[in-house]
Design a protein around this ligand. Sequence first.
Ligand SMILES: [Zn+2]
Length: 356
Amino acid sequence: MMEDMNRVCHVMEESEVDVQIRQTKAQPQQASNNNRPTWSNGQCVVAMPNCSMLNPSFDLSLCRAKLENDGFQIPVRDMEAPLKTALDLPSVRRYMVFNSALFHFIMAPVMYVVVWCATFSTLHLFITVSDYWVLCLSVSLVSIFLTTVIIFILHYSNKEINMNVDVRLIQVNERMVKHKLLVAVADWVQSCTGNMKLYFVYWDMSHCLRALTETLEECSFVVNDTQKKLERKMAHLVLVTKDTAVVPEDEGSDVEQQDSNEQRPLLRHEDTGCCTSSSQQEGTKVTTNYSLIPDASLPAQATAYQLLMTYSAAYVKLLVSKRLSGPSHHRLHPQRNHCTTAPLCLCQYIKKKILQ
Ligand SMILES: [Zn+2]
């Protein structure tokens, strides 16, 4: 992930001109369509609805056509290919169905009935009540309380970064940010129907990167404290991947082979920019854990970039579904907020979530 860091920063500086050229090209078309000629951070460029509720998928060719119409020329290797890798798996699709807002909406009354029946049958066995209305009323109250608690937990967990969708979209956003776009999947229930969409939001990362780098540099005199905060808040963000094991070469004598085995590290380290925690060998497959916590040795700008990328999809998901909670007086400090449409911008969200 970090190998692109310098290149991306460089690209972000250079692409100002490219985007201006693209926008001037797109202006006549946009003016005729009565659209805005320029984009501002947080503006939704494309919202692609889900094709099917039972098998979530998005029409990427239509996304491309709409983005091109808005002046965003993105190569296939930066959009379709990483998006298919991230979302086009049966297991990810199943997860999106069972974790969708509509599924939770349907599950709520079912859960209430199940909890009601279970509580009633249990209490009915042990308590002999002459008046059934009292028993029914108390069972209903207990069921309402339990169902509300479960719905609240599900609702709260949906506001957090999601390992199966948001983290999978990090690799997509690493490429899309070069074109000043961020991608996320967001869903909510509207008029009793599910509203799952793939969102492309305009985002110029340079302001947030600069602000977050400055904040991390200010914290540099308490570097251990900052690192401890990152480790505490991001400890659950661990990616588990299965790689093919590296088979040691059979050539050479037994002594040489023994030597090579002794010199071979027990924990295989991958050059990904993220720190590697552990690996377990199972036959020819090796299960490797990658932690998303930025390495303590990284410079402030690289750490800031990694944090911005890690939380990009989760932030956009909350931004488009209007679930970002921030200070109500945000308009008093517009210079600190790099997003015009939300109470918090991406760097402020990370500062609030991780660094406070
Ligand atoms: Zn910002």
